[in-house]
Design a protein around this ligand. Structure first.
Ligand SMILES: Nc1ncnc2c1ncn2[C@@H]1O[C@H](COP(=O)(O)OP(=O)(O)OP(=O)(O)O)[C@@H](O)[C@H]1O
Length: 820
């Protein structure tokens, strides 16, 4: 027989629960003592590593580096475990075995297990056992601690028949923990991961894991815990080649950035879609209409044409003189050469100057021969030399030699002599640099702010009106540069992939440089660099850690990405909002990767979901994206194994708030199923109807009221501001006038003077975040702002854990949200 208690006093020593807590505390104390010893060992190892380096030999440096690096990682993980080291206990049937589960594994000095790492196979039962399928577990106990102190317990009795004499305590601490105040940053959920979530976390490491679920079902939490799991179980594979976690925007990555370090995993790279390309930062969001244009796969074709167009300011005629004969190439000829080189050098355009130079020389040589070749040269030279000799004779000087001093003595075939003479002419080198400049991806995108240039690139792939809108977004204000948007970053990456890296500064030996026909007087006319004597020895100066090496491999030179890192695993959050162009950007970073993709199609603001799906499939299959966009017929992508999961329980919203979001969902996407909320708060959502111009003031008032009601965060979520200028002559719709009221200045006014725990943000920024209380301003405007406005509103109303206040100027929204 077991006894269920919820804190009844039982005489001396306090309640049963107090005594159970005291017993657990004794065990936890032993685990902490051992943790202390392990930390001391790690520190000793670091000291030993440095001591070895004093020996100074090459071998000891290698040993030292490895030792210090490993010991430092270990010390870091042990520090992380200091808070809430042990959080679970399993009592098993039959043998009576007891297992403690914690943030990291702890063993006694005799290697007996004291605490099992939550990611180890032996901890799986802690998350998977249910009364229907107890998996040999009689009782599961969750320990709640503050620092080193156990403050509460909660038990689940899974197998009553086997629970002879076992004490069961608990009062719904799990549900209570869901209602706790939010601090503005997401926390880990290791102690309370639920079975359906655990299945995702421990899903196979290969192929793709695709997770769907409604708002608040823990998709983000699960994806992050999966990263920690993969790094723990497959450290060699994922630790060395890296894991990338991608979120929709910077506010979101800031919100989740503490979760992995709190799990002891600081090595994953966390980036927003606006920060994926080194050296470029997105600072604005496009409106959904503009994002749809920029994100469409057709942009790949447009950008390919843009890269193949002549660079701004490129000369359209080349003139050189050889042996007195003027040789020129006109625009048409140059365009043909440019086209030929682009066809052959896609992906390495920036490194193709040598090829260009060779083709120019070919064309000039042909021109020379067309004009009569050596014959013409002799005539022209004779005339020139005659003139000069007359001048020199008049000055009392001797006649010119056949060859100019310092020139090559005319060895080699006539063609070789021709090439050498032309190459060393300043006009030729200057032309080459201007005709084929090393182009920066960001600068190529900005050059499309010129509508004529964009029209050439757009061909028939973009409608004329859309060309004007796109060009306006890249042109920037007079005298300034347009800020880059989140979609622009994917376009810059696409351009970068077409351009490729510039030629690397060569570290050739002087002898090798001497053989290079493009090195003239110690300067490489293809790159402009001086060719250095090679004094570099492969001598190891100082060892670096793998992190330092990774950093170095991604060095940015003057805004040009030198190398694009590739990862072993990529996690994509809020994947329903990725455009085809963004999928292409991710695909380039994970050609060999396995993936975890989490999404909720019902929250997508994207209109053409089918096109995004095709691009997603291509990225996940490791297919190299075609730069011909979707016009090119593709071979179907080889599908890697895909495991699909659905999360069904909403841990964020109270049942009261979940009911509001379910009503919005029913309108936005009648066929979609809402998740089941598990926690009732007793707090009814509030709706206020006011005249439209008063909404901002009312939002501020509501935030001030809520400050007194919740301990944690408050989100004031407002319509987005349409950044696009209206076409002249069209009359803005009422919702556009209303949207324009929510500009950055208005948002700042709204937030002015309020404490940090109040955030004012637009509906597009709210994605993925959560607050204790949310104020939604103008749902009618949000719904009308874009074709998928109702889905955007669905995201907004599903952000709050406890309080929801909606402010509207349209009385019918009361019915829609509260009783519809
Ligand atoms: N097993 C759990 N135990 C405790 N809290 C949980 C659990 N699962 C999820 N949560 C909490 O529920 C909230 C919602 O989780 P999360 O943000 O991961 O959901 P989501 O599905 O990504 O939502 P959205 O679609 O809105 O981005 C978070 O506060 C998270 O910590």
């Amino acid at each position: 027989m077991s006894s269920q208690v919820t804190g009844r006093p039982t005489g001396p020593g306090g309640t049963v629960k107090d005594r159970e807590i005291a017993a657990e505390q004794r065990y936890v104390d032993i685990a902490y003592t051992r943790l202390e010893e392990m930390r001391a060992d790690a520190q000793a190892m670091i000291r030993e590593g440095y001591r070895q380096s004093l020996a100074g030999t090459k071998g000891s440096l290698v040993d030292r580096d490895a030792m210090v690096h490993q010991a430092a990682l270990r010390a870091q993980a042990l520090d992380i475990a200091d808070d809430g080291l042990v959080f679970g206990r399993l009592d098993l049937a039959g043998t009576g075995e007891v297992r403690y589960v914690g943030r990291i594994g702890v063993r006694t000095s005799e290697h007996d297990s004291l605490v099992i790492d939550w990611r180890a196979p032996a901890a799986e039962d802690f998350y998977r056992a249910t009364p229907e399928d107890p998996r040999g577990v009689v009782r599961r106990r969750v320990l709640h601690s503050r620092g080193h102190t156990v403050v509460d317990l909660e038990d689940d009795l899974l197998d009553p028949d086997a629970a002879d004499g076992m004490t069961i305590v608990g009062d719904g601490a799990f549900l209570a923990s869901l209602a706790r105040a939010r601090e503005g940053a997401m926390r880990d959920i290791v102690a309370t991961i639920q079975r359906e979530q655990d299945e995702v976390i421990r899903a196979p490491a290969d192929g793709t894991v695709l997770v769907r679920g409604a708002p608040g079902t823990g998709k983000t939490a699960v994806a992050l815990h999966r990263v920690a799991y993969l790094l723990f179980r497959h450290r060699r594979r994922f630790g060395s080649r890296g894991v990338l976690v991608v979120g929709p925007n910077r506010r979101f990555t800031a919100y989740i950035e503490r979760v992995l370090p709190s799990l002891g995993e600081g090595s994953a790279t966390l980036r927003s879609l606006g920060d994926l390309v080194d050296g470029v930062t997105a600072t604005v969001h496009d409106t959904p209409a503009l994002a749809a244009l920029k994100g469409a796969e057709e942009m790949a074709t447009v950008l390919r044409r843009a890269v193949a167009d002549h660079a701004p300011g490129a000369p359209d005629e080349l003139r050189v003189v050889f042996k007195g004969v003027v040789l020129s190439l006109d625009r048409q000829r140059l365009d043909r050469i440019r086209g030929d080189v682009h066809r052959r050098s896609r992906g390495s355009v920036n490194a193709a100057r040598r090829q260009v130079a060779e083709m120019l020389l070919d064309a000039l040589w042909q021109r020379f021969n067309d004009l009569g070749g050596p014959e013409a040269a002799r005539e022209a030279e004779g005339a020139e030399a005659g003139l000069w000799n007359a001048i020199l004779a008049a000055d009392g000087l001797g006649a010119l030699d056949d060859e100019q001093p310092g020139r090559p003595a005319g060895n080699g075939t006539p063609r070789e002599q021709f090439d050498a003479r032309v190459r060393e002419q300043r006009e030729f080198a200057d032309f080459l640099v201007a005709f084929w400049p090393i182009r920066r991806p960001a600068e190529v995108l900005r050059s499309l702010g010129d509508p004529a240039r964009l029209r050439r690139a757009a061909g028939r792939d973009v409608h004329r009106d859309d060309v004007a809108r796109l060009a306006a977004s890249w042109a920037g204000p007079a005298g300034g540069e347009a800020p880059f948007s989140y979609q622009d970053v994917a376009l810059i990456d696409e351009i970068d992939a077409l351009l490729g890296a510039p030629p690397r500064p060569s570290r050739r030996r002087a002898s090798a440089a001497a053989d290079d026909p493009f090195v003239v007087d110690g300067v490489n006319i293809l790159t402009g660099e001086e060719v250095a004597e090679d004094d570099w020895e492969p001598e190891m100066q100082e060892l670096t850690t793998s992190m330092e090496r990774l950093e170095r491999s991604r060095r940015v030179d003057d805004g040009v990405v030198e190398e694009r890192p590739e990862y072993a695993h990529i996690v994509v959050d809020e994947a329903q909002d990725l455009s085809p162009m963004q999928w292409r950007m991710l695909g380039r970073r994970g050609r060999q990767a396995s993936w975890t993709v989490v999404e909720d199609p019902a929250q997508s603001a994207w209109e053409d979901l089918a096109a995004a799906r095709t691009a997603m499939d291509a990225a996940l299959s490791g297919e190299r994206p075609s730069s011909r966009g979707r016009n090119r017929r593709r071979k179907p992508a080889p599908r890697r194994t895909r495991h699909e999961y659905e999360l069904t329980t909403n841990y964020r919203n109270s049942t009261e708030i979940a009911a509001v979001s379910a009503r919005v969902l029913a309108r936005a996407l009648p066929e979609a199923r809402p998740a089941r909320a598990v926690r009732s708060s007793g707090i009814a959502p509030v709706l206020r109807v006011l005249p439209e111009p008063d909404l901002a003031a009312a939002a501020r008032e509501a935030a001030e009221e809520l400050l007194a009601q919740v301990e944690g965060t408050i989100g004031v979520i407002v319509p987005f501001h349409p950044a696009e200028a209206h076409d002249e002559g069209t009359i803005p719709l009422p919702h556009e006038i209303a949207s324009a009221r929510w500009d950055a200045a208005a948002r700042e006014r709204l937030a002015a003077g309020l404490p940090d725990r109040v955030q004012v943000l637009d509906v597009l920024e709210a994605k993925g975040l959560e607050f204790d209380a949310a104020v939604i301003a103008a749902p009618e405007t949000v719904a009308a702002q874009s074709p998928n406005g109702l889905r955007v509103l669905y995201v907004a109303v599903s952000r709050a854990t406890q309080h929801l206040v909606v402010l509207t100027s349209a009385p019918e929204w009361e019915d829609i949200l509260l009783s519809g």
